[in-house]
Write a protein that binds this ligand. Structure first.
Ligand SMILES: [Zn+2]
Length: 419
């Protein structure tokens, strides 16, 4: 149907753009998070796309009752869209991808500087390695190359295609929330998150929580006169492990490929301030997976009731119950209607290149999909390059062939949907 488009794709330019983007250390809350957005706006302006660029009023958005949460200190953010105009008679397709990345973590675990992209073989495959290679600058580079290929092919589209890079996805979804509050709408959306070119029409959610345990301080030489929060915490941890098991006993079939569809995990624990004092305060933070079809309120109530029951069964905790607070990223679960044409379009155009339809499955992670489908009312799927297991890891990588294949497939999807 679209023979001209794949031929027009310039793989070398795509990879040069990706390497340049990976060189901008755009971790959440840094000036580079703004810089990468500005850099894309400039590149896309040079390429003749219609640019909308606006300063995001982070404080005003944070006061919005539907604000999705934020976990870093961020004062500034930049909204950007770049539109390839159609004739105005067809559907509008939004291509969304986040440009923020998570911090590199332990630098010793990396084989070289995380923000200098390099080509190396991983499991025998030609890959690009850098923080953000997989999650998800490869996806942003692929959607960019796809739009450029369509623009240069001479095909006149009926509908518009909008490139929408966003900040702050990793810690809540500020950028996509700002995009929707700015008034950007479309008939359907592809988020080019890493799916290894699978079709992901929905995902579980993730709620960040904090637990506060209070004990009784005492000199360690007389520790039995105090109550150690470190010794009480296992009571809570066991209850949470049982909760995770119960919540994953029966899951939606599109989630069945994962060892744990809706993980509940403790990420940080802080307790005590002196080696020879019984610790009287423990603060633990974690994330609770939200099931597809379950509301945020239901998931929170499930965890709160579990904690309350565990406390009630312990003499000290019954008198000093653990406090649960919900803060930071609050990602609902979401799912696009399996019969929506966006699924068929993605599946058919993928099959046109690879000969087989893509695997269809749900993601175990929260993403901007729930904002686009929920607040925006835009049927949305994930489809993009990168092995999800490589995300957030040291020596994060993306197979080069997946990036160029994704761009070809997305170019066909644009023509199919907007042509
Ligand atoms: Zn991501």
């Amino acid at each position: 149907m679209t023979p001209a488009v794949p031929d027009a794709l310039d793989d070398g330019r795509l990879l040069d753009d990706l390497v340049a983007m990976l060189g901008i250390a755009s971790t959440g809350g840094t000036p580079e998070e703004v810089e990468v957005q500005a850099w894309l706006a400039e590149r896309w302006q040079e390429e003749g796309l219609e640019i909308d660029r606006w300063d995001i009023d982070v404080a005003a958005l944070a006061a919005d009752p539907e604000f999705p949460g934020m976990e870093v200190d961020r004062r500034h953010a930049l909204g950007v869209t770049a539109t390839l105009r159609g004739s105005g008679t067809g559907p509008t397709l939004l291509l969304n991808g986040h440009t923020d990345v998570v911090p590199p973590g332990d630098l010793d675990a990396w084989s070289a500087d995380p923000f200098t992209a390099r080509r190396m073989r991983v499991d025998g495959e030609d890959c690009l390695v850098a923080r953000g290679a997989c999650d998800m600058k490869a996806g942003v580079a692929a959607m960019w190359a796809a739009v450029r290929a369509v623009a240069q092919s001479g095909i006149t589209l009926r509908g518009d295609v909008i490139l929408a890079p966003v900040s702050g996805e990793e810690d809540g979804g500020l950028g996509t929330f700002a995009l929707l509050r700015h008034g950007v709408r479309a008939d359907m959306c592809i988020i080019t998150e890493p799916t290894a070119l699978g079709l992901v029409p929905g995902n579980g959610g993730a709620l960040t929580f904090r637990l506060t345990l209070r004990g009784l301080a005492a000199h360690a030489s007389m520790r039995t006169s105090g109550v150690s929060t470190i010794e009480k915490f296992p009571v809570i941890l066991r209850a949470l492990q049982e909760l995770e098991e119960r919540r994953n006993a029966v899951v939606d079939p599109i989630m069945s490929r994962w060892p744990i569809a809706y993980p509940l995990s403790i990420g940080t624990i802080q307790a005590g301030d002196w080696a020879s004092t019984v610790p009287d305060l423990l603060i633990a933070e974690g994330r609770l997976g939200v099931a597809i079809g379950e509301t945020v309120e239901q998931a929170r109530a499930d965890l709160e009731a579990t904690i309350a029951r565990a406390c009630a069964a312990d003499p000290w905790l019954a008198e000093h119950p653990v406090e649960v607070t919900w803060w930071g990223g609050q990602f609902a679960s979401a799912r696009t209607d399996p019969d929506h044409p966006i699924l068929r379009a993605v599946s058919d155009e993928h099959a046109a290149i690879f000969g087989t339809e893509p695997e269809v499955y749900g993601g175990p992670y929260g993403s901007d999909l729930r904002l686009l489908t929920g607040l925006g009312g835009i049927p949305t799927v994930h489809y993009g390059p990168g092995i999800p297991q490589a995300a957030h890891a040291p020596d994060e990588y993306v197979p080069v062939a997946q990036v160029t294949d994704a761009a070809r497939a997305i170019a066909r999807m644009i023509v199919r949907i907007c042509g």
